[in-house]
Design a protein around this ligand. Structure first.
Ligand code: GDP
Length: 196
């Protein structure tokens, strides 16, 4: 640990989370343009979040665009570590040891929904994961352009043992619920599973 306090030391504020907090890794999945980045940005402003760990070096951020949010739920704090699937090649993805998959589509875009269903099917039937999967119908502010019915998404979520949440990253609607939903799904699985 460097003790040096150079001219930049006051500009950069890095908050390091206590090492005893459980850290869960959450992979954001879904077609391009559905709002994965917008949702992840909103998580950083959530009222549930504790600290925000940000790389002080923009170059590192571009290579490793990972974001941590500390979430307080049931008086227990955990760190959610977000990764965007678009940043990782398939080979690397298998090495990521993910605790939860957030599969996003836009309710105004049927092809993004079909892509999300395909993704969930692959996770459950090909990769045979029993980890938490949260299906997210984003952009519900675009009510008049809606193309995907809530009951269709709910039916798919039920079929594949997922949670379904509708959000608007643009209006910050149900984004906190999503954040808390992710953590509660992870905790349920961790307490119910005997995985190593
Ligand atoms: P990504 O490719 O999945 O990361 O998608 P982005 O987060 O970059 O969003 C793609 C576009 O959709 C951007 O222009 C966002 O401003 C817009 N967008 C994201 N979320 C919403 C939303 O909830 N409602 C609306 N109307 N637009 C959104």
């Amino acid at each position: 640990v460097s003790d040096e306090s150079g001219p930049n030391s006051e500009e950069i504020q890095i908050v390091i989370h206590p090492s005893d907090l459980p850290v869960y890794r959450v992979l954001m999945m879904g077609a391009s343009g559905v709002g994965k980045t917008a949702l992840t940005r909103q998580f950083m402003t959530s009222e549930y979040k504790g600290t925000y760990i940000e790389s002080p070096t923009p170059e590192i951020d571009m290579v490793e665009p990972e974001l941590n949010v500390n979430v307080l739920l049931d008086e227990q704090e955990s760190t959610l570590h977000f990764l965007d699937e678009e940043q990782y090649p398939d080979i690397l993805k298998e090495e990521l040891s993910i605790d939860a998959y957030v599969v996003v589509f836009s309710v105004s875009d049927t092809s993004s929904y079909n892509y999300a269903v395909k993704t969930i099917r692959t996770l459950r039937e090909v990769q045979k994961t029993h980890k938490a999967i949260i299906l997210v119908g984003n952009k519900i502010d675009l009510a008049r352009q809606r193309r995907v019915a809530r009951h269709d998404a709910l039916r798919i979520a039920k079929k594949f043992d997922c949670r379904y949440i509708e959000t608007s990253a643009a209006l910050n609607h149900h984004v906190d619920e999503l954040l808390v939903g992710i953590l509660s799904q992870i905790r349920e699985r961790v307490s119910g599973a005997t995985h190593s």
